[in-house]
Design a protein around this ligand. Sequence first.
Ligand code: TA6
Length: 311
Amino acid sequence: MDTSQSATKEYESKYPSSHVAEDQVRFTKDEAGLDYIEIENRHATAKLALQGAHLMHWHPKHTAQPVLWMSEQSRFEPGRSIRGGIPLCWPWFGAHPTDSSLCMHGFARVTPFSVIDIGQMYNGNTRVILQMKQTENSQRQLSYPYTLTMTIEIGATLSIKLSTTNRATQPFFMGEAFHTYFNVSDVEKVSVSGLDNTEYADKLLDYWRGTQEGDLTFNQEFDRVYVSTKTAVKIHDPAFNRDIVINKKGSSTTVVWTPWQKKAHQMADMAKDDSWRKMLCVETANAMENLVMINPGYTHILAVEYSVESV
Ligand code: TA6
């Protein structure tokens, strides 16, 4: 029995109630001990790391290119973030507001999640429900009682929901993001629409505030936090003959980032070639003045849906 068969058997013994669609789902484990779920249904293929409920790969069958980008230099080690796919930023975005010793973008992306349910939907999509485990590291960084649940539905479109339930007796504030790396033909040849007239903080200009005029195009490092915006955005990629449409709910911030060459080549988990051109981050978030307050007993849901339109 190979590792994926034994991983599947282990899963079925642990989660007997889940209706694992045999031919759609494989459970694998790599030599570093990270667990993965590989999915193929009639609409798409996908791969998910249980650490950080991290969707690494999504390729709907109606488009020639995968929709998510993954660095060839990414490391896959317990406790280390993966460079590409959809890193989960939670319970803060960017640097911790008061303690700079804590990791960028929060600890959820390096924390293991357990699979609560997995199965085939009536429309042929595969839905995976995961819950973040409480670890010594997570409890050290956030002592509040909470439940963090991720629901991912994989098909011709990709739907992701991150539910935070406050199980404490007092409200708490948090930041969050789906820090999504999109696979593009060349970042210098794409544009992003949907943020016209939107205020932003420019991280490269010490958070200087400006207002976006028209579509975004890229010819240098770009790192802007667009605030108080609930609009859908589109990545227009004529060379890949497609638009990637990003619809969101429960999010008031959209972050757009390309490191460009110099910054990319300074990053240990980015190749020292021009692969940085093949990625663009458009992140569905709540950050800066858009932090979320959750009252005791309440649940906040950050939701996004990605679809691909041929052009
Ligand atoms: O969302 C953009 C950003 O905040 C950039 O400033 C850059 O730091 C990027 O995230 C990557 O962060 P990471 O911690 O994953 O290296």
